[in-house]
Design a protein around this ligand. Structure first.
Ligand code: SF4
Length: 86
């Protein structure tokens, strides 16, 4: 099991430590960033898309916003491609 190549620079595993108080966040990191599901990560898929897409900093690996945040400010392009890769 190999960790994601983005783990040191990606905003998700490096998000504010208050989020790490939520066990669900650490489960996401374990499953996606350090684990078997990294190839399913929506962030990774958006970044790897041809031409690259700005990935919102508060997007989790499953494509949802971090708890307590919203997707109002997400770029339309990211939202459009996200629909096709989920
Ligand atoms: S959130 Fe996705 S892109 Fe970021 S480190 Fe985890 S698996 Fe990689």
């Amino acid at each position: 099991m190999k960790e994601c190549t983005k783990i040191n620079t990606c905003p998700f595993p490096n998000c504010d430590k208050s989020y790490h108080l939520l066990t669900s966040i650490d489960h996401f990191i374990e499953d996606y960033c350090n684990g078997e599901k990294k190839d399913d990560c929506i962030r990774l898929k958006l970044e790897g898309h041809n031409g690259g897409i700005h990935v919102p900093s508060n997007m989790m690996p499953d494509g949802l916003p971090l708890p307590g945040t919203h997707r109002r400010d997400w770029d339309e392009v990211a939202l459009e491609f996200k629909k096709h890769i989920e």
